[in-house]
Design a protein around this ligand. Structure first.
Ligand code: ADP
Ligand code: MG
Length: 231
């Protein structure tokens, strides 16, 4: 099915983004700190010591995951508007995700229009596509193909991210962007798509999702072309 997601509908959720993310980081750090306190106890049996250290490690990893997923590229409150060369920035994001893709036997197949400039914050643009492409990789735990295309038209720059992964039901598609909505259990935070919608909206983009369970998912981003042809 094809569904146009109206980005403004997600607005309210998105405004809580900063608070949500710092909350997501603070929780595991507070837990880790609590167990470090317990570890100071001299009389603690060796078995307990190991148990507590493992909890500390897993809480720190959890905080790190949040940072990796959402804050990799963000500089606090530096919201610059610059020209973004789509091909170059997407190539950069792909190079960052290559190791994870290789681990999952995911093959990148890219086809970029040479031209294509959109306007916005470069780091946020990278963050947006990092989140989308990472989800695509994660939907193919047994490997697959990840097609990334950009298309240049008179008035629009279109970016397509297509995977051959698990796909989503209509209900799952509807819930995309809802804070904490994740089907990945402890491995997910359910904040990635919320960030994606927020960034795309800020860049005057729209997002379409097409998905079929067992076949895969295509995300289509449409941004205004900064240099529209005038004929
Ligand atoms: P997380 O990745 O932490 O679970 P996201 O907000 O990034 O959170 O994604 C929310 C959910 O949307 C995922 O848990 C997954 O169920 C679904 N999803 C997103 N992208 C895809 C995709 N390409 N294929 C299948 N499911 C997806
Ligand atoms: Mg994600």
């Amino acid at each position: 099915m094809q569904q146009k997601l109206i980005i403004t509908e997600k607005l309210e959720a998105v405004e809580q983004m900063g608070a949500a993310i710092s909350h997501e980081i603070r929780n595991p750090l507070t837990a880790a700190s609590g167990f470090v306190q317990l570890l100071k106890e001299q009389a603690l049996p060796a078995q307990k010591r190991i148990e507590y250290l493992e909890i500390v490690q897993s809480e720190l990893e959890s905080a790190e995951r949040v940072i990796q997923n959402y804050l990799t590229f963000s500089k606090p409150s530096l919201d610059s508007i610059e020209e973004i060369a789509v091909k170059r920035e997407l190539t950069h994001v792909i190079s960052i995700l290559k190791p994870i893709a290789n681990q999952n036997s995911v093959e990148f197949i890219t086809n970029f229009a040479i031209l294509g400039i959109i306007e916005g914050d470069k780091q946020k643009f990278q963050q947006c596509f990092l989140n989308v492409i990472k989800n695509a990789i994660e939907s193919m735990p047994r490997g697959g193909q990840l097609y990334i295309n950009s298309i240049y038209t008179n008035s629009q720059i279109i970016i397509e991210i297509k995977d051959t992964g698990s796909g989503m039901t209509d209900d799952q598609i509807k819930r995309l962007g809802e804070p904490y909505y994740s089907t990945k259990g402890a491995k997910g935070t359910g904040l990635g798509m919320m960030v994606v919608f927020s960034i795309a909206r800020a860049m005057k983009g729209t997002i379409k999702v097409k998905s079929k369970v067992g076949e895969g998912t295509t995300f289509t981003f449409i941004f205004p072309n900064v240099y529209p042809s005038s004929s």
